[in-house]
Design a protein around this ligand. Structure first.
Ligand code: SF4
Length: 112
C-alpha cells in the first residue's frame, strides 16, 4: 500500500497497529525487506497527527512508566490446569526497576 501511495488509507485503517514488532520479517527476509520499519514509521506519523490508536497502547505505556513493566507478573496455567506463579516455578521475582523515579524520567525523555 505504501508503494502504491495509499499511505493515508494505511494510517487510518488500524492495520499498522497489528504488527507485534517481532522483527522476524527484518531478520529473515532474503531480500532485506523490513516491513516493520515502515510500520513503525507509519505509527509515529499516526501519533504525530493525533490519529486514533488502540487504547491498549496507552494502558501499556502508563504501566511501563508506573511499574517498569507492561503488566504485573501473573499466574499461568500448567498443562494440568494448575495455576502457578514465578515463585512456584522456581523463577526469581520480577521486580520493577530499583529507581522507579529515575526510570520514569528516562522513559519520558525517550518519549519526547
Ligand atoms: S510485520 Fe514483521 S515485525 Fe511485524 S509481526 Fe509481521 S513479521 Fe513481526
Amino acid at each position: 500500500m505504501v508503494q502504491r501511495g495509499l499511505v493515508e488509507e494505511l494510517l487510518r485503517s488500524g492495520v499498522i497497529w497489528m504488527c507485534a514488532l517481532c522483527l522476524k520479517c527484518k531478520e529473515r527476509c532474503p531480500s532485506g525487506v523490513a516491513p516493520c520499519d515502515i510500520i513503525l514509521e507509519l505509527r509515529n506519523i499516526a501519533v504525530e497527527r493525533g490519529l486514533p490508536f488502540p487504547e491498549g497502547y496507552s494502558t501499556l505505556m502508563f504501566s511501563v512508566l508506573e511499574q517498569g513493566m507492561i503488566q504485573a507478573p501473573q499466574e499461568v496455567a500448567t498443562r494440568q490446569m494448575e495455576l502457578v506463579d514465578r515463585e512456584k516455578l522456581g523463577l526469581p521475582s520480577a521486580t520493577s526497576p530499583r529507581d522507579m523515579a529515575k526510570f520514569s524520567r528516562a522513559m519520558e525523555k525517550v518519549m519526547e
